[in-house]
Design a protein around this ligand. Structure first.
Ligand code: ARG
Length: 512
């Protein structure tokens, strides 16, 4: 008989503390509603505290002997205080609502940790951005040089993505933080239990009302891992840029030495393994999402054992995501930005071409499409001749004069008129070719101009502070509920009159 097949030990370890809390809240409520007696509640609560104190020892020595963590704890309570008292703990509930409540409580903690980690990463990106408002770098489309931007603008783009991830985590948290307790197997309970009370003692925002829905659904898990998937996608794209930009070909950045490894054969290597693993582990998280979706999709309501198989994927996805965020935060904090190389590379590939076309439109009034054609013709000859070399051998003045002449030649062919005769001057051409000044011209909302980037930085900092506060408040709220729960447990533990009737253990049927 393969009894181990039914176990889910790692997930059950994760659910051990939440289960103790759920048990305590349920017993406090049963006592308050007069469903169990004072002495019975006291005996159970004392025993639960003892199990909680045993902690790892309990997990190590008791857990694997039972079908699951819920059965283990209940069986040990009955073993210790007898069935007359211990056998009343499970009154008006089922493992179905119990496990659903435990998962939600355990997940809440994971989400708090993740919220703090994501905000830490956002902060690291904002700090890096603040250091590099003036750092000009090439911007890419199709991984080809496109237009110049600043490193601050680029870092802010990633910070904004993580701000949206934070907002998604909050929504997932809200859908997680509702109590299924009291739904029992699915048909609720035949005792006058108080669902609101257990919800409050456990820090849940409200009760998940329909008792069939409460035990059947795992959509909060799907939603949460979807959020993780979005987040790890954003992380992976950032990781990809770190990997790419730290190659000799790009040479725009260096990842911190602690987050790189050497080669066993090539002494000079600094491999970005951590970034590569962040990229790879996005795949691990997607795998968890696919598993949960596939496990859930064909399940009839209410509970089926298949649901147990969902929990380890949630646990794995949560731990993987938070660890990847934390690694990325450290990598960003220690990132070395190769300012000189970025600035040197920024004009390459004629990245001023767009501004040159824009300048032509502003100065001569011809349509943008026509200006695009003229500059495009210019770009292809400059590419053939290598613009950098023309610039190097001649003075700036000669270079600009030559560019304007060529623009006129192409304009003549396309519009039958020279643009210099329509108001385009050497001064304006020179200005358009100046990368730094054409970044400053992009000062529309969200653009890379210094003024706009500084405004965005201030706004992002304020948003981050608000988000940090909202995460902390949620955590504080849960802590307050747990404090209340502990106060109630303490009060009710005071009367101890243990009713022991050994060898009357109905749960022994579950025992291996
Ligand atoms: N270990 C189970 C799980 O994680 C607990 C629920 C068992 N309920 C039941 N009806 N067999 O889903």
């Amino acid at each position: 008989m393969q009894k181990d097949y039914i176990l889910s030990l790692e997930a059950d370890r994760w659910l051990f503390h939440p289960d103790i809390l759920v048990d305590k809240a349920h017993v406090v409520m049963l006592k308050e509603r007069g469903i169990i007696k004072k002495a019975e509640a006291a005996a159970i609560l004392n025993c639960l505290t003892g199990i909680e104190e045993r902690g790892d020892d309990f997990i190590e020595h008791e857990l694997s002997a039972y079908e699951d963590v819920h059965t283990a704890i209940e069986s040990v309570v009955i073993r210790e205080i007898g069935e007359d008292a211990g056998g009343r703990m499970h009154t008006g509930r089922s493992r179905n609502d119990e496990v659903a409540a435990c998962i939600r409580i355990a997940l809440r903690d994971e989400l708090f940790e993740l919220m703090a980690a994501v905000n830490g990463l956002r902060n690291a990106l904002l700090e890096k951005a603040a250091e590099h408002v003036e750092t000009i770098m090439p911007g890419y489309t199709h991984l080809q040089h496109a237009q110049a931007t600043t490193f601050a603008h680029h870092a802010l783009a990633h910070a904004d993505a993580f701000a949206r991830d934070f907002a998604r985590i909050i929504t997932a948290y809200e859908h997680t933080n509702v109590s299924p307790l009291g739904a029992a197997a699915f048909a609720s309970a035949g005792f006058p239990i108080d669902r609101e009370r257990t919800a409050k003692l456990l820090g849940f925002e409200s009760v998940l009302e329909n008792s069939m829905d409460a035990v059947s659904t795992r959509d909060f898990i799907i939603e949460t891992i979807s959020c993780f998937s979005n987040l790890v996608t954003n992380l992976s794209r950032l990781a990809e840029e770190l990997i790419l930009w730290s190659t000799s070909e790009f040479n725009l950045i260096r990842v911190p030495a602690d987050y790189a490894t050497g080669s066993s054969i090539m002494p000079q290597k600094r491999n970005p393994d951590y970034a590569e693993l962040v990229r790879a582990r996005a795949g691990t998280v997607y795998g968890c999402l696919m598993s949960v979706l596939s496990i859930s999709k064909a399940l009839p309501y209410s509970y089926n054992r298949d649901l147990q198989e969902v929990t380890p994927h949630l646990l794995k996805a949560a731990k993987t995501t938070t660890a990847s965020v934390a690694v990325m935060k450290s990598m960003i904090e220690g990132l070395e930005v190769n300012v000189e190389e970025m600035e040197k590379k920024a004009p390459r590939g004629f990245t001023a071409a767009t501004e040159l076309a824009d300048t032509i439109v502003r100065e001569t009034g011809i349509p943008f499409r026509t200006a695009h054609k003229i500059v495009s013709s210019l770009a292809s000859v400059l590419a053939d001749e290598n613009m950098e070399s023309i610039k190097d051998k001649d003075s700036e003045k000669v270079f600009v004069t030559e560019i304007l002449q060529r623009i006129d030649d192409f304009a003549l062919g396309i519009t039958e008129k020279k643009l210099s005769e329509k108001g385009l001057t050497e001064k304006k051409v020179k200005e358009a070719l100046n990368i730094a000044s054409n970044i400053q011209k992009r000062s529309v909302k969200g653009g890379p101009a210094k003024k706009e980037v500084k405004r965005m930085l201030i706004k992002r900092k304020a948003d981050l502070e608000k988000d940090e506060k909202s995460g902390q408040e949620k955590e504080e709220q849960v802590k307050k509920s747990f404090d209340e729960l502990e106060r109630e447990v303490k009060k009710k533990k005071r009367i101890i009159k243990i009713i022991r009737k050994p060898n009357h253990n109905i749960l022994s049927v579950f025992k291996k």
